[in-house]
Design a protein around this ligand. Sequence first.
Ligand SMILES: *[C@@H]1O[C@H](CO)[C@@H](O)[C@H](O)[C@H]1NC(C)=O
Ligand SMILES: *[C@@H]1O[C@H](CO)[C@@H](O)[C@H](O)[C@H]1NC(C)=O
Ligand SMILES: *[C@@H]1O[C@H](CO)[C@@H](O)[C@H](O)[C@H]1NC(C)=O
Ligand SMILES: *[C@@H]1O[C@H](CO)[C@@H](O)[C@H](O)[C@H]1NC(C)=O
Length: 480
Amino acid sequence: MALKLLWLHADGHCQCHLSLLLRLVACLALVLLLPPPPAQAATVVTHLPGFDGPLPFYLETGYVGVEEETGTELFYYFVESERSPRSDVVLLWLSGGPRCSVFSGFVYEIGPVMFVAERYSGGTVPRLEYNPYSWTKLASILFVDSPVGSGFSYAHDPKGYDVGDISSSMQIVKFLRKWLDDHPKYLSNPFYIGGDSYAGKVVPLITQYLSEGIEEMRHPIINLKVGYLVGNPSAGDKIDVNSRVPYSHSFGVISDQLYEAALANCKGDYENPTNKPCTDVMQTINNLMSEVLEPACPFDWPWPMPGRDASNRKSLTEEHYWLGDPPVEPPFSCFAAYRYYLSYFWANDNATRAALGIKEGTVTEWIRCATGLPYTRDLPSSIECHFNVTTRGYRALVYSGDHDPIVPFSGTQAWIRSLNFSIVDDWRAWHLDGQAAGFTIKYANNLTFATIKGGCHIPPENRPKESFIMAKRWLAGGPL
Ligand SMILES: *[C@@H]1O[C@H](CO)[C@@H](O)[C@H](O)[C@H]1NC(C)=O
Ligand SMILES: *[C@@H]1O[C@H](CO)[C@@H](O)[C@H](O)[C@H]1NC(C)=O
Ligand SMILES: *[C@@H]1O[C@H](CO)[C@@H](O)[C@H](O)[C@H]1NC(C)=O
Ligand SMILES: *[C@@H]1O[C@H](CO)[C@@H](O)[C@H](O)[C@H]1NC(C)=O
């Protein structure tokens, strides 16, 4: 009954301006008359298929409705901090794509479990083990499948899938508000939002919406200490794509002659070649960039394969997709790619679905990155949002794996510089175990940029320890 009362207040259906007693009586009467609220269907998960024994952390999954007309519900995995959940940061995390399931963040990046490195031959589900570098040792993490159509998030009405940067960001704000209404014990924790790759483009927009809400006291509930972090973040296609050519040159992937030919023929716009010499040189450059740097893992390299996808623009939305649905088995020797393949069998198993509380008839086939749905890129660039929120006092960490040709660190570094913030802590190495783990610079307005040496497009995937330490130092408020 107490829960139902809370729900009535939360949705504003019981605006009784009476004495507390009268209010209680009135609300009770309403509760008795009304059907039960639509289940915010939370499932406490104590065991996961493939994981040996009870989970050594608190995991809850569930759905939050974000659009009534289309019956849109976003699915989430919430892991409580394994350190001090009462005081640790609550971090809302999003994966890129757009429309890669946040299960990627949960199982390959910063989440508490990972696939055991062994070949899968069917039968039971692929096995999982504990991730020693899980960021859930630092923060409670709310992993959200967004935009709708990612992972287990769904809409009853197909029209619900037609979202874009702006509408999906607004849905996250709504999601968060409702989720916190249902989980009031986290209201006083510092709140952060994070994401990588394409999600890095919308994270500052969502932060801006939240900050506006806080300023107008529409969301007085969220702790003012909101900040954000983004990894190898898309800033807008033009910026990301145009930085790939100078990056590949400085990285020794293309020759001086090719670089000069690109400069002369493309006039700085590598995204949409408008003449044949530019198209030709870009084809050569793309082919060279599709060569594998390290290790020899063709499926792991999220880059357009020659002849498969001539357009760079498309490749960013299709990172890692070429495993197919259902996926083809990649070489086991390339476990980084092989584990993408495993997720399909894990997530589509009935035991998994039962454990996670997946609603029947919603998502019949889970795919890691759902590309076939409409998506509107209606935020051309996120730079202004970064400016808006950092100058409003919200802390930001932008990090880049420096071995990433999709969103090269050089492009990221350049747009950060274009904000014209003064330097507070000048460019220097940051260290781990006596070695440089990357380089960093801190600007005014609490904006930190850091590289992770050797990190790929998603640094926690191949530099888990460095990424973990970086997050730990930054979340604690200190220098890297
Ligand atoms: C899994 O569940 C679906 C839906 O309930 C059912 O149609 C299917 O037969 C089940 N698969 C197995 C292998 O039990
Ligand atoms: C940045 O903030 C200004 C002032 O509040 C606002 O007008 C502008 O739309 C914001 N930019 C973006 C991209 O939302
Ligand atoms: C930077 O962040 C710290 C800690 O949250 C805060 O106290 C300080 O006011 C911020 N500085 C600026 C310039 O926003
Ligand atoms: C940064 O400075 C440059 C050169 O002075 C100027 O063109 C640009 O508009 C400034 N950017 C911002 C965000 O103020």
